[in-house]
Design a protein around this ligand. Structure first.
Ligand SMILES: [Zn+2]
Length: 492
């Protein structure tokens, strides 16, 4: 019987990991294949993978024949380029410069492969700004993998405006929106968000990390894991603390209304007081915490106005108007009921003789409560909005469940998709395939197969990150003909 082509199988996994930018898995599987003699003549490729995986030392062990003086030569082989990247990753800035120059004039897949080497080398030797610009350029020409998109997100958030809150909000909003679209969704796992947040924090942008989490929580309030990440970084200030000026203005307006009703203040005073209170409520909030710059505090205010994702097709504007109207009606009904209890019950005798004077106090108060409830409409409706947000998440989950075979179209999956596909479609691998299960330095691997096409899949589980499925290639090598078969010319 023909036997499994181990090299195609394992290098298929490496290629899938490459398509998903899973550098560490790529390296482990490539080295496993090499150790089994299944990666002959592939030292340059293995060295390239080692640089991407953050192991330039290993890359240089694989390329002992390349001379460091190669940086000055005009004609370079791919082998020289990989060695330059390894030296650059170790902190050799001249090699980094030479590697950078090599990229001029490269095109297509070569320029993408060079870009990855340059960006990873720059990251490893601490040239973060160069890495940022290369990641951005790569996103224009390379398939936008999750890893690449997240690197560019970090660069964009770090580069946000420092003096214009509206401008600064944009990259944060874009990053949060992209994170909601990645797998796993924020409700199913925090790995993508945490990766971006950690990178921002490593580069000193704690405010950016917090604002990104705030934006994500605002869009997806039922993503409890993300809410926890946000709370670890910033105790969510009670909303009333931010609203102290508005609440004080409302109390003052109420007092003015009472004074006017009692004849102490002029009759136009309550109207003016209510208008002022509404304006203070709308525009004057106390900044939360002291760790945000004035611009970032402005960004936080913008973010706080966003509405969560719900299955509602209406625009944010009409949803806001709807919430204000609903809040206003609730406030009006409650105020009227309270006024009725006071005038018809508690103070019925006084009202019979002093109705004009009491009305002059009560009606401005009814108006004030109506306005306050209209302004806080979003907040009053929060339980209903939470339910709608949960429905939205459930709908999203239901539409993307991987039930049937996608072994032809997909090279890899993450998180929930992985678990669903494993459960609903894949089987444990046959013994001869399973015998080639690679060992990983970080995490455990197992092999599975499609029951229909027998396509092999590598499952990688590692602590602290989402499960990963990578597609491999199943080829069989022709067995050596047995002597009997040879005698008959191989024909049956
Ligand atoms: Zn399948």
């Amino acid at each position: 019987m023909n036997s499994i082509d181990g090299q195609s199988l394992l290098l298929g996994f490496v290629a899938s990991a490459d398509r998903m930018d899973e550098f560490a898995v790529m390296r482990d599987v490539a080295e496993f294949a090499a150790a089994r003699g299944l990666a002959e003549d592939r030292t340059t490729e293995r060295a390239r993978i080692a640089v991407l995986a953050g192991r330039p030392d290993h890359a240089l062990e694989l390329l002992p024949d390349v001379d460091r003086a190669v940086g000055d030569s005009v004609e370079l082989t791919w082998r020289d380029v990989v060695a330059l990247a390894a030296w650059a990753a170790q902190g050799d800035l001249e090699a980094l410069g030479a590697l950078h120059r090599v990229g001029q004039g490269l095109q297509g897949p070569q320029s993408v492969a060079h870009g990855y080497l340059l960006a990873r080398a720059a990251e490893q030797c601490g040239q973060q700004e160069l890495a940022d610009s290369i990641w951005r350029a790569l996103l224009e020409v390379a398939p936008g993998t999750m890893v690449l998109r997240r690197r560019v997100m970090v660069a964009d958030v770090l580069g946000r405006s420092t003096n214009d809150a509206k401008e600064a909000t944009r990259p944060i909003g874009r990053a949060a929106r992209l994170l909601t679209e990645m797998i796993p969704r924020p409700e199913d796992g925090t790995a993508p968000a945490l990766d971006v947040v950690r990178r921002l924090e490593e580069r000193g942008d704690h405010a950016g990390a917090r604002l990104l989490l705030e934006a994500l929580v605002q869009m997806r309030p039922v993503a409890t894991g993300v809410v926890e990440l946000r709370d670890e970084r910033a105790t969510p200030a009670s909303w009333w603390r931010e609203r102290v000026p508005g609440l004080v203005a409302a109390v003052v307006a109420a007092a003015v209304a009472v004074a006017a009703g009692l004849g102490v203040a002029p009759t136009w005073a309550p109207i003016l007081a209510v208008v002022v209170a509404a304006a203070v409520w709308r525009w004057w909030r106390l900044p939360e915490g002291t760790d945000l710059s004035a611009t970032d505090a402005g960004v936080l205010r913008h973010i706080r106005r966003w509405l969560p994702d719900v299955p509602d097709e209406r625009s944010a504007k009409s949803r806001n108007v709807g919430a204000a109207l609903t809040g206003g009606v609730i406030g009006f009904v409650v105020a009227l009921t309270l006024a009725g209890i006071v005038t018809e019950g508690l103070m019925a005798d006084a009202y019979a003789t002093q109705s004009a004077r009491i009305d002059a106090v009560v009606w401005p108060l009814v108006l004030l409560l109506t306005l306050v409830c209209a302004a806080g409409g979003q907040r009053l409706l929060r339980p209903a909005v939470r339910r709608a947000a949960q429905t939205y998440v459930d709908q999203q989950r239901a539409t993307s469940v991987m039930q049937s075979c996608t072994c032809l179209q997909t090279v890899g999956m993450r998180s929930v998709e992985t678990e669903t596909y494993l459960e609903n479609h894949l089987q444990d691998a046959d013994a001869e395939v399973a015998a080639l299960t690679p060992t990983l330095t970080d995490g455990t691997a197992s092999l599975h197969q499609c029951p229909v096409s027998r396509t092999p899949w590598l499952l990688v589980r590692a602590a602290g990150r989402e499960a990963l499925l990578l597609r491999g290639t199943l080829l069989r090598t022709k067995a050596e003909p047995t002597p009997e078969a040879a005698e008959t010319g191989g024909y049956l």
